[in-house]
Design a protein around this ligand. Structure first.
Ligand SMILES: Cc1cc2nc3c(=O)[nH]c(=O)nc-3n(C[C@H](O)[C@H](O)[C@H](O)COP(=O)(O)OP(=O)(O)OC[C@H]3O[C@@H](n4cnc5c(N)ncnc54)[C@H](O)[C@@H]3O)c2cc1C
Length: 811
C-alpha cells in the first residue's frame, strides 16, 4: 500500500466509488479508496437499484438528473455494464391535494429541463395496466426514471476511476484517523498508515463510526427497508410481448409503495409508517453481505392498500423478501462537504438514494475539493446545515419521522412534530400563552403567527391560503399602523474583534465597514463572485464588530470565516448562538415605545436609521440596532438570555396604550415582500451574483480588495445574465410558494424564489429571477407565474409597493 496520497476515500459503496471517479475526472489522479471488505459490501449490494429525478429541493433534483444522465458515459469509459433499464416512472395521486403536489412538481420540472407529463387515471392505466384506475385522480409520468444493477454500476465507477489513475485497496479497514501539526491526515489501517491531504468519509452504514474517529457525531441513522420480489406474472409477460418493452416504475403515495418490473415479475418496496431503525448506536464492524430478518406484518398495512390498487399483485407468489439497512439524515438528504473545524475532512454520507444521487454527490464533492467550490447550489445536502443540536437521539426521532413520511405530502405551511420542542427561549411559554403557533427554525421554536383569543392556535395545512391568513393580516396591519413586537432570537449573531478585525471583515465582505456606532448591510462572495452570505454588521468599538446573519447558515458561515482567519491571532471570532437573544419592535409608534423604556435620547436625530448603540432598555444592558426587516421605523433590541423575559414584559406593558400587537415570522416575511427585500436561501444563493440579485449599492467595487471582487467587476461590466425582480400576481386563493416557473411570450424564462401575500398593500407578491433582457418589461401582465397548474398574470413592480422612497425607515 502507498504511504502518501492526495486523497483517501473511505468506503467502496456506490458513493465512495463515484467520489473517486469524479476526483480523477476533475484532474486529481493521486487518489486512493480504502474498503473494509469488498466493493458494495455496505448497503449498496442489496439495493433495489431504482433511480428517479424527483426531490423536494430543485437543486438536488438537478443533481439527480445529472446522476441518471451519467450512466451511459460510465459504461462507455469503463466497459462495464450498469444493467440499465430506462423504463420511465409513474407517480400516482390518490387525492386532489396529491395531484396539486404533482402539478407543482411538473411545473418545477419545466425549468429544471426534466421531461414530465400529467396524466388522467385512464391514461396512466394504459401505460401500466396493473393499476385499478378508480383509486387514483391522476398521475405524473417522469421519463427519466428507471433501474440498474447496483453491483455493476459500482464496479463501473471503480473501473472508470482506476482508468483515471486511482487506486483501490480492498480488505483494508480504516481503524483510526489523526491530524498532524502540518494539517495533513494519517489514515491508520490494518495494512499500515497512509498520509494524505484530504480524507472523505463515504463510510455509508459506518459513516457515524468514521465520524467518531475524528470526534464528531454525524446526524445519520440506518433504517431497515424491505422489498419483495414476486414470481413471474402473466400480466407482465403479456405486457412485454404486446408492447415490446418493460412496464414503467410506479410510486403509489397512498400505499407508500414503489414498484418496478424485475425479470418477468415485479419488485415492490415500502416506506412503512411502523418503521424500525437499525443499530441505532453503533454499526457492528463485522456486518457485511448479510440481510436482516424480514417482518411482513410491519408492511402489511401498505400491502393491503397496494393489493387493492394493483389487484394482480395480490394473486402472485412472493419469490424473495429483502430486508436491508441504509442510512438517512434527519431531512433525508445527503451530508456532503467539508466539516467545520476539521480542515481536510470531507463527508459524502447519508446518501439514501445512491443510484439517483451518487453521481451528483461525487461531482459536487470533487469540484469542492479541487476548485474550492462545489460549482452548484448544494445547500440542501451540505453537511453544515445541521448544528450541534442535531444529536443522536434527535436524529433518531427525525429520521423515523422522515422515513415514515417518505411518500406523504409536506404542505408549505406544515411544521413537522418529531423531536419538538427542541430548543426554546425563555419566552416559549409566554408566547404560547399569547396564542403563538410555533415553527422550527434551525432547531429553535419560533413564533409563526398568533391566534387571537377564541381561535385555536393551529395551522390547517394547505397549498392554498389557509386559516392563518386573517390573523397574519391583522399582525401586518398592526405593525404598519401602530407598533408590533416580535421575537428574533433565531438570527445568527457573531462577534469579530481584535486589531485585525477591520481588515479581516473588509476582505470577506463586499461593503465598506461602518464607523463606530453605525451599521452596514453587506453581501459576502466566493472567489467566483457568487453570493455566499448576506449580513448586518455594526461597529461597537474601533476593534469590535457585531454581525447578524441567517440562522440556518451558521455552521456554513463559520466554516468560511474560520478558513479565512489570519494566522497571527489578530482576530477573535465568536458565534453567540443562544447567548444573545432579541426582540424587535417595528411600526410608526415604535420610537415612542422605546422612549418609554430608556432614559437615552432615541429621537430621530440622536438615534438615526442604521445606528447601533449600547444602552439600558427596561433596566437591561442591551444593544439596539435601528433597523428592521419590516422596512418600517423599528428597532432590534439584543440582550443576554437572562434579561429577555424582563425586557419582553416591560415592552408589553409599556406598549399597551400604543396598541402594541405581537407578530410572527409569517407577518415579517409578508412585510419584507412589500419592500422587495430579498432573503437568504431564497433570493440570495450561491448561484447568483450580487448585481443579478440587485445588491449593487452594497458592493463597494472601489475598495482595493475583497474576495470575489474581480468576478464582481466582470459581472457588473457584462450586466449579469439574470435579474431579481418583484411581481404583483393576479392570484386567486393560492399565492406562490417558491420554485414556480415564470412564463413570458409562451416560454418558461425564469423561476420564482419566494412570495406570498402582501397584507398591507393587499396584493399577492412574488420575487424571482428573469433574464436581464426582460427585466425592463413593465407592461401589465407581461409575465405569467404558474400556481398549482394555472398560469396567473404577473407584472414586474418597478418599485416596492410599500414606501418606495424608504421614508418610514428613516422617519
Ligand atoms: C433494501 C434496500 C433497497 C434500496 N433500494 C434503493 C434503490 O432502489 N435506489 C437507490 O438509489 N438506493 C436504494 N437503496 C439505498 C442505497 O443502497 C444506498 O443509497 C447506497 O448503497 C449508499 O451507498 P454508500 O456508498 O453511501 O454506502 P455503503 O453501500 O454502505 O458503502 C459504504 C462502504 O464503506 C465501507 N467502509 C465503512 N467504514 C469503513 C472503514 N472504516 N474502512 C474501510 N471501509 C469502510 C463499507 O464496507 C462499505 O462498503 C436501497 C437500500 C436498501 C437497504
Amino acid at each position: 500500500m502507498k504511504s502518501h496520497t492526495r486523497v483517501v476515500v473511505i468506503g467502496g459503496g456506490v458513493v465512495g466509488c463515484s467520489v473517486l471517479y469524479h476526483l480523477t475526472k476533475a484532474g486529481w489522479t493521486d487518489v486512493v479508496l480504502l474498503e473494509r471488505d469488498q466493493l458494495t459490501s455496505g448497503s449498496t449490494w442489496h439495493a433495489a437499484g431504482g433511480f428517479h429525478t424527483l426531490n423536494g429541493d430543485p437543486n438536488v433534483a438537478k443533481l439527480q438528473g445529472y446522476t441518471i444522465g451519467l450512466y451511459d458515459e460510465l459504461e462507455r469509459i469503463s466497459g462495464q455494464s450498469c444493467g440499465l433499464h430506462r423504463s420511465g416512472g409513474l407517480l400516482l395521486a390518490d387525492t386532489p391535494e396529491r395531484m396539486e403536489w404533482l402539478k407543482m412538481a411538473h411545473a418545477r420540472a419545466r425549468y429544471l429541463g426534466l421531461e414530465t407529463s400529467l396524466l388522467t387515471p385512464s391514461e396512466a392505466k394504459k401505460l401500466l395496466p396493473l393499476i385499478e384506475a378508480k383509486y387514483f385522480v391522476g398521475a405524473m409520468l417522469d421519463a427519466a426514471d428507471g433501474n440498474l444493477d447496483p453491483y455493476g454500476t459500482t464496479h463501473a465507477y471503480a473501473k472508470a476511476a482506476k482508468i483515471g489513475g486511482a487506486e483501490i485497496y480492498l480488505k483494508t479497514p480504516v481503524t483510526g484517523l489523526s491530524r498532524r501539526t502540518n494539517g495533513t491526515w494519517d489514515v491508520l489501517t490494518t495494512e499500515g498508515t497512509i498520509n494524505t491531504e484530504h480524507v472523505v468519509n463515504a463510510g455509508g452504514l459506518w459513516a457515524r463510526e468514521v465520524g467518531r474517529m475524528v470526534g464528531i457525531e454525524l446526524p445519520v441513522l440506518a433504517m431497515e427497508h424491505m422489498y419483495l420480489v414476486t414470481d413471474d406474472m402473466p400480466e407482465v409477460i403479456e405486457f412485454n410481448r404486446e408492447r415490446g418493452h418493460e412496464l414503467p416504475h410506479a410510486i403509489d403515495f397512498k400505499a407508500e409503495i414503489y414498484m418496478r418490473q424485475e425479470r418477468k415479475g415485479m419488485v415492490l418496496g415500502t416506506y412503512e409508517r411502523a418503521c424500525v431503525p437499525w443499530s441505532p448506536k453503533t454499526t457492528p464492524w463485522d456486518f457485511g453481505a448479510q440481510l436482516l430478518e424480514p417482518d411482513l406484518d410491519r408492511i402489511a398495512p401498505s400491502l393491503e392498500i397496494g393489493f387493492e390498487h394493483f389487484p394482480a399483485m395480490a394473486r402472485v407468489g412472493i419469490r424473495r423478501v429483502v430486508n436491508g439497512p441504509f442510512t438517512f439524515s434527519p431531512d433525508g438528504n445527503p451530508l456532503v462537504g467539508p466539516v467545520q473545524g476539521l480542515p481536510g475532512f470531507w463527508c459524502a454520507c447519508a446518501v439514501m438514494a445512491g443510484f439517483s444521487q451518487g453521481g451528483g454527490v461525487g461531482l459536487a464533492l470533487s469540484q469542492w475539493m479541487v476548485n474550492g467550490d462545489p460549482g452548484f447550489d448544494v445547500w440542501a445536502m451540505d453537511v453544515a446545515r445541521y448544528g450541534p443540536w442535531a444529536t443522536r437521539s434527535y436524529t433518531n426521532e427525525k429520521v423515523r419521522e422522515n422515513y415514515s413520511r417518505r411518500f406523504s405530502i409536506r404542505f408549505p405551511n406544515e411544521e413537522l412534530p418529531a423531536a419538538r420542542p427542541h430548543q426554546t427561549t425563555a419566552l416559549y411559554d409566554v408566547m404560547l400563552a399569547a396564542g403563538a403557533v410555533m415553527g422550527d427554525s434551525w432547531g429553535l421554536e419560533t413564533p409563526l403567527w398568533f391566534a387571537p383569543p377564541g381561535v385555536e392556535p393551529r395551522d390547517v395545512v394547505s397549498f392554498h391560503r389557509s386559516n392563518d391568513f386573517p390573523h397574519v393580516k391583522r399582525e401586518c396591519l398592526g405593525v404598519r399602523n401602530t407598533v408590533g413586537l416580535t421575537e428574533i432570537a433565531n438570527f445568527a449573531k457573531y462577534e469579530i474583534a481584535g486589531p485585525g478585525a477591520d481588515s479581516y471583515l473588509s476582505r470577506l465582505m463586499t461593503n465598506r465597514m461602518p464607523k463606530v456606532g453605525r451599521i452596514v448591510l453587506t453581501p459576502m462572495l466566493n472567489p467566483a463572485g457568487r453570493l455566499i452570505g448576506d449580513f448586518t454588521i455594526a461597529r461597537a468599538a474601533p476593534e469590535r464588530f457585531l454581525m447578524w446573519g441567517s440562522s440556518q447558515a451558521q455552521i456554513y458561515h463559520m466554516r468560511w470565516f474560520e478558513a479565512h482567519l489570519p494566522a497571527d491571532g489578530s482576530v477573535r471570532l465568536h458565534r453567540f448562538d443562544m447567548g444573545l437573544v432579541g426582540l424587535s419592535i417595528a411600526g410608526p409608534r415604535s420610537r415612542e415605545l422605546l422612549a418609554r423604556l430608556t432614559d437615552e435620547d432615541v429621537s430621530g436625530t440622536a438615534l438615526r436609521f442604521m445606528d447601533h448603540r449600547g444602552m439600558d432598555v427596561a433596566n437591561c444592558p442591551a444593544l439596539v440596532n435601528r433597523v428592521t426587516y419590516t422596512g418600517d421605523l423599528g428597532y432590534e433590541i439584543w440582550v443576554a438570555p437572562e434579561y429577555q423575559r424582563r425586557l419582553y414584559e416591560r415592552i408589553r406593558t409599556a406598549g399597551q396604550d400604543l396598541e402594541l400587537v405581537h407578530f410572527g415570522m409569517r407577518a415579517l416575511l409578508s412585510l419584507r415582500l412589500e419592500k422587495n427585500f430579498p432573503t437568504w436561501y431564497r433570493e440570495l444563493r450561491p448561484i447568483y451574483g450580487p448585481f443579478e440579485a440587485g445588491l449593487d449599492r452594497f458592493v463597494a467595487l472601489d475598495k482595493p480588495d475583497f474576495i470575489g471582487r474581480e468576478a464582481a467587476i466582470a459581472e457588473k461590466a457584462a450586466g449579469g445574465k439574470l435579474r431579481r425582480v418583484s411581481f404583483a400576481v393576479d392570484a386567486l386563493d393560492a399565492d406562490v410558494l417558491g420554485d414556480e416557473p415564470i412564463w413570458h411570450s409562451g416560454k418558461v424564462i425564469g423561476w420564482v424564489t419566494s412570495g406570498g401575500y402582501g397584507h398591507y398593500v393587499d396584493r399577492s407578491l412574488a420575487q424571482g429571477y428573469v433574464p436581464t433582457s426582460l427585466c425592463g418589461d413593465l407592461r401589465e401582465g407581461a409575465f405569467q407565474i404558474e400556481i398549482l397548474g394555472d398560469r396567473r398574470r404577473a407584472s414586474i413592480l418597478g418599485e416596492p409597493l410599500f414606501d418606495p422612497a424608504g421614508a418610514r425607515m428613516r422617519m
